[in-house]
Design a protein around this ligand. Structure first.
Ligand code: ADP
Length: 524
């Protein structure tokens, strides 16, 4: 069967042209369609118009010399097999032409029909193979670069050979910076030691045939930390040797964020559930006692013959029980109002020492000195701008707890320290103390420590205190040891920024004057 092969013969020497034509015709059964061009410009015109299977190209033409001739032909028709025709003395340039992409060269004067045909056939075959290879490479590159997934190729020992476009864009690295670098040395893992360590192990195991997968964190070119579902898979050749490791990554940061949010809201829901349960059990327990007392006392009071002394004591029992219930209701309502953000701050400039003394005196009156409170003051100016009603509530709660959780006769030290624009209120007792495990949860509503035993309480007081302190941008700290005692410290800003320094503020000036007068009287 005969095949037509179209040849463009670019040669200015007519004797060589005649010889080449003759050698071609002497050859096998192929039917050669030869077009002759004496100059490169003519050859390029032919190439633009007609499709050729091969070009026989002399490098010394009247309008082009040397390598440039090859380059121009290639530029006009890529993937056209070129066989360079050269003289005996021009072998070096012919070899350069082959390096440049020509398929082969033939030395004029050493030609035979057989050699010419073999060279032309090989040139055509090789070019077709190269073209198919290039198409396959283009298809691979297209997929490799167009995918949204991050992909890379590694040598079996983890050296980066190639990275796709998505990876380069995400990491912000240009090829030169990371090609030939071990994957764990790439800067995007530098602050994420766990990811680095995993990559080292994964490369080792993948190079032994395993497929590795994990969730890793890495930095993007913008410096943000993202989560990736990463895998490393070994690729084997026909002899089952691992030639390349394929690294893949999928950005799962959004998924991770959603997961964290779900976990958080689940935890919140659990916490709310727990709070609800504590609330219900606290309510049923705390309300039951006083209500049983009221019921018991009223039953007995139905007996009209009861002596008046006993009637009086039953009425007292009822009043105390009612007060307990009212106190509990007050605390629940207060907590509800603070949680709903309904408490507004109303700050006034006051003198803290006398404010604290009044509270201490009130406590000593109501407790009948069962727990002596030693009050002391440190610091020069005890003026501060505070919300008096919130502060009173805070101190009332800390002092009543100190009393409630201390044995009868236990001394309570209450210290006010005003220093460097800060007012510290320290309440220290020698009571039952708080177990370590309970200390972190002390400010959560309804939390009561394990050692309270039969001491009455709701677990709401400190939760309200904490919110009141927060409202004034203050801080509260606890130091406690079970069986030794507890110290609660509330720190508030004195916030005297301007008021006391302003001479034209008449109300403050008056208060200040009154205070200094009191001080002088006290001292004298
Ligand atoms: P309660 O009404 O139970 O006293 P609080 O919210 O005021 O509620 O206090 C929460 C818990 O903190 C108390 O139940 C108790 O376990 C612990 N607590 C608070 N103050 C003291 C203290 N001074 N000494 C020992 N335990 C304390």
């Amino acid at each position: 069967m005969s095949n037509d092969i179209s040849v463009l013969l670019v040669e200015d020497n007519l004797a060589d042209v005649a010889l080449l034509m003759e050698l071609l015709q002497d050859g096998d059964s192929e039917h050669w369609q030869v077009t002759h061009a004496k100059r490169l410009s003519l050859a390029l015109e032919h190439l633009c118009k007609t499709k050729y299977d091969v070009v026989l190209l002399d490098l010394s033409l009247p309008d082009s010399q040397g390598l440039d001739t090859v380059i121009q032909v290639q530029a006009t028709v890529p993937y056209l097999p070129i066989v360079v025709l050269t003289g005996l003395l021009d072998k070096t340039i012919a070899r350069q032409a082959v390096a440049q992409g020509a398929q082969d060269y033939l030395v004029k004067g050493q030609l035979s029909s057989e050699l010419l045909l073999k060279t032309v056939h090989y040139a055509i075959d090789r070019t077709q193979i190269l073209k198919r290879l290039q198409e396959s490479e283009d298809r691979f590159r297209g997929v490799f670069n167009q995918t949204y997934q991050f992909m890379g190729l590694l040598s079996p020992d983890g050296i980066v050979l190639d990275l796709n476009q998505a990876t380069r864009e995400m990491s912000g690295f240009q090829d030169q910076a990371i090609i030939n670098t071990p994957i764990w040395e790439i800067p995007c893992w530098q602050t994420v030691e766990i990811s680095k360590a995993w990559l080292k192990t994964a490369v080792l195991r993948a190079s032994q045939g395993e497929t590795m997968r994990a969730e890793l964190q890495a930095h993007t070119s913008q410096g943000t930390l993202r989560w990736f579902d990463a895998s490393i898979k070994p690729l084997k050749d026909e002899h089952s040797n691992i030639t390349v490791l394929i690294v893949e990554g999928r950005d799962i940061s959004k998924l991770k964020r959603a997961e964290a949010e779900i976990r958080q809201s689940l935890a919140k829901e659990q916490e709310l559930n727990q709070m609800k349960n504590s609330f219900i059990s606290m309510i049923s327990h705390e309300f039951r006692n006083p209500i049983s007392t009221i019921s018991f006392a009223t039953n007995l009071l139905e007996d009209c013959d009861l002596p008046s002394e006993e009637r009086k004591s039953f009425f007292e029992l009822i009043y105390t029980a009612i007060n307990e219930v009212l106190h509990l209701l007050d605390e629940i309502l207060l907590l509800g109002r603070t949680e709903a953000g309904k408490i507004e701050i109303d700050c006034k400039t006051i003198e803290l020492e006398s404010f604290c003394r009044e509270i201490v005196e009130m406590f000593q009156l109501t407790t009948g000195n069962s727990h002596p409170i030693l009050f002391s003051v440190k610091g020069r100016s005890t003026w501060a701008k505070v919300d008096t009603s919130l502060l009173k509530h805070i101190l009332d709660n800390l002092l009543s707890n100190a009393i409630k959780y201390s044995p009868k006769g236990g001394t309570i030290c209450f210290t006010l320290i005003c220093k460097g624009n800060q007012a510290k209120f320290i309440v220290k007792d020698q009571g039952i103390g708080i177990p370590k495990a309970d200390q972190a949860k002390l400010f959560e509503p309804f939390h009561r420590a394990a050692n309270v035993n039969s001491i009455q309480g709701t677990g709401l007081g400190l939760a309200i205190v904490k919110r009141y302190v927060d409202l004034q941008q203050g801080q509260i700290q606890v130091e406690s040891q079970e069986g030794v005692g507890s110290t609660f410290t509330v720190t508030l800003l004195q916030d005297l920024s301007q008021d006391l320094l302003k001479p034209h503020n008449p109300s403050v000036a008056k208060e200040q004057e009154a205070f200094s007068r009191n001080q002088t009287l006290l001292e004298s």
